[in-house]
Write a protein that binds this ligand. Structure first.
Ligand code: KIV
Ligand code: NA
Length: 265
């Protein structure tokens, strides 16, 4: 199969084909995820929690992301690889350029992802002008968990919803080629998806986004402690791991995931 490109993702959105995204942190799962037909692999800084055992993503370093990005890249063949810029690795434009350069050179990234809106328009624009594709991330942005006061739904009141929509448009205008929306009401995510040309990938954002992303370990039901309400264990019904990953991809493509019980209002 031909490698997935940013152009292909834009076409998928235009054609109404849902984009299946999963986090991956290592070589072996990368093979299984690609065999299951996942379009985009996200080397997420969620690895700080599910792999490293921290209680937030804040301790994750640039070296950690480069390491896991490289592990994923060694066995990946066709999926587009997005690597998260970790906490405080993009505080200035020049730091963001340096961090992203390492992600691309050493971490095997095709695209980098950063959390935040207006504050980062200049950064997104600078990265884009240097040929580095950027994915935005709005709504619940886990690197700001202490500022937000916990992992909770964002964009619920009218003012917050309007600001989120404005920032989504702003990121697109700055050159972002994809946007993750985390933990926002389904109606707002639908509005954003309809408004933007670029693919909007939801997690806890309802079925009307252009694609879905899930944390691999949540999908397999092996994340210790409590899992988010919007996640679903696909390793049920006696499936093995390859079958569970395929079931997820099929459910996303058929718009059966997220179902109403995994949707936030
Ligand atoms: O780090 C991560 O896994 C993410 C997804 C939840 C979008 O950013
Ligand atoms: Na992340």
């Amino acid at each position: 199969k031909a490698p997935v490109t940013t152009q292909r993702l834009l076409r998928m959105k235009a054609d109404g084909e849902k984009i299946a995204v999963v986090t991956s942190y290592d070589a072996s799962f990368t093979c299984l995820l690609e065999d299951a037909g996942v379009d985009v692999l996200l080397v997420g800084d969620s690895l700080g929690m599910v792999v490293q055992g921290h209680d937030s993503t804040l301790p994750v370093t640039l070296d950690d992301m480069v390491y896991h990005g490289a592990c994923v890249a060694r066995t990946a063949k066709q999926a587009l690889r997005v690597v998260d810029m970790p906490f405080m690795s993009y505080a200035t434009v020049s730091q963001a350029l340096d961090s992203a350069a390492r992600m691309m050179r050493e971490g095997g990234a095709h695209m980098v992802k950063l959390e935040g809106g207006e504050l980062f328009y200049k950064t997104v624009s600078a990265l884009t002008q240097h040929g580095i594709p950027v994915c935005g991330h709005l709504g619940l942005t886990p690197q700001s968990v202490h500022q937000l006061g916990g992992y909770r739904v964002q964009g619920r009141d009218e003012e917050a919803a309007r600001r989120l929509l404005d920032e989504a448009v702003g990121l697109e205008q700055a050159g972002a080629l994809m946007l993750v929306l985390e933990c926002v009401p389904a109606v707002l995510a639908k509005q954003v998806s309809e408004r933007l040309q670029i693919p909007v990938i939801g997690i806890g954002a309802g079925v009307d986004c252009d694609g879905q992303v899930m944390v691999l370990y949540d999908m397999l039901g092996i994340t210790p402690g409590k899992r988010p309400k919007f996640s679903h264990n696909f390793l049920e019904q006696g499936r093995d791991i390859p079958a569970a990953l395929k079931a997820y991809v099929e459910a996303v493509k058929a718009k059966r995931f997220p179902a109403p019980e995994q949707t936030l209002a």
